[in-house]
Design a protein around this ligand. Structure first.
Ligand code: HEC
Ligand code: HEC
Ligand code: HEC
Ligand code: HEC
Length: 154
C-alpha cells in the first residue's frame, strides 16, 4: 500500500498534471456578481426579492449558525465549493442564482461548453417543502424572481 502511494506521488499525474488541473478549474460556486456581465436583467432585478435577504434575516434573529436553518437560507449548503460561513463565502449568503441554477463557475468561465438549465418545481421544493410552505405555487411564484422570457419584469 505504502509503496503504491509513493509510486503514484512520483508520477507526472501526481506532482505535475493534477495541480495544473486544480489551478485551471474554476471554483464551483461563484456568486451573483460573476453572472452580472452576461445576465444583467436577471442580476439587477433580484435585489428586492426576499431571497436576497434570506440569510441576513436569519443572522439578525440569531439563527445564522444553526445548520438546520441555514440549509435553506443560503446557496450551496453542504455542496462541494458551496456555502461555508458568512466570512468565507459572503457571496453565497442568500438564496442566489446558483441555489436555483446550480454551481455556475464552469458556466461563467465558458458558457457554451457548460450550459446551465432552468430550474423546475422540484428545484424550489427542496426548500419550499410542503411542511415549510404549503401554499407554494411554482407557475405563479417563478415570475416573482427575475424577468423571464414569457413575462416582463414583475
Ligand atoms: C461570459 C458570459 C456569461 C456568464 C459570466 C454567465 N453566463 Fe449564463 N449564459 C451565457 C450564455 C451565452 C448563455 C446562452 C448559451 C446557451 O444557451 O448555452 C447562458 C445561459 C444561461 C442559462 C440558461 C438559459 C436557458 O434557458 O437555457 C442560465 C440559467 C444561466 N446562463 C445562468 C447563469 C448564472 C447563474 C451565471 C453566474 C453564475 C451565469 N449564467 C454566468 C453567458 C454567461
Ligand atoms: C435554497 C432554498 C430555496 C430555493 C431553492 C428556493 N427558495 Fe424561495 N425562499 C427561500 C427562503 C429561505 C425564503 C424566505 C426568505 C426570507 O423571507 O427571509 C424564500 C422566499 C420565497 C418567496 C417569497 C415568500 C413567499 O413564500 O411568497 C417566493 C415567492 C419564493 N421563495 C419562490 C421560489 C421559487 C419559485 C423557487 C424556485 C424557482 C424558489 N423560491 C427556490 C428558499 C429557497
Ligand atoms: C426546508 C427548508 C427550510 C428550513 C430548514 C428553514 N427554512 Fe426558513 N424559510 C424557508 C422558506 C421556503 C421560507 C419562505 C416561505 C415561508 O415564508 O414559509 C422561509 C422563511 C423564513 C423566514 C421569513 C418568513 C417569516 O416567517 O418571517 C424566517 C425568519 C425563517 N424562515 C427562519 C427560519 C429558521 C429560524 C429556521 C430554523 C429553525 C428555518 N427558517 C429553517 C425554508 C426553510
Ligand atoms: C429562486 C430561483 C431562482 C434564482 C435565485 C434565480 N433564478 Fe434564474 N430562473 C429561475 C426560473 C424559475 C427560470 C425560468 C424557468 C422556466 O422557464 O420555467 C429562470 C431562468 C433564468 C434564465 C433564462 C432566461 C431566458 O431568457 O431564457 C437565466 C439566464 C437566469 N435565470 C439567470 C439567473 C441569474 C443570473 C440569477 C441571479 C442573479 C438567477 N437566474 C437567479 C429561477 C431562479
Amino acid at each position: 500500500m505504502v509503496g503504491a502511494i509513493r509510486l503514484t506521488k512520483g508520477t507526472l499525474f501526481g506532482v505535475g498534471f493534477a495541480p495544473f488541473l486544480w489551478l485551471a478549474a474554476p471554483p464551483a460556486y461563484v456568486g451573483p456578481a460573476a453572472c452580472l456581465p452576461c445576465h444583467r436583467p436577471q442580476a439587477e432585478s433580484v435585489g428586492p426579492h426576499p431571497h436576497e435577504g434570506s440569510f441576513a434575516r436569519l443572522a439578525k434573529e440569531g439563527s445564522g449558525a444553526i445548520a438546520a436553518c441555514v440549509i435553506c437560507h443560503v446557496t450551496g449548503f453542504g455542496q462541494p465549493g458551496g456555502w461555508l460561513d458568512p466570512v468565507a463565502t459572503p457571496e453565497l449568503a442568500r438564496v442566489g442564482c446558483e441555489a436555483c441554477h446550480g454551481p455556475g463557475g464552469a458556466h461563467a468561465a465558458d458558457p457554451d461548453a457548460t450550459p446551465l438549465s432552468p430550474p423546475t418545481a422540484e428545484t424550489c421544493r427542496r426548500c419550499h417543502t410542503v411542511e415549510q410552505d404549503s401554499r407554494f405555487d411554482f407557475d405563479a411564484m417563478k415570475r416573482t424572481i427575475h424577468p423571464l422570457p414569457e413575462s416582463p419584469a414583475p
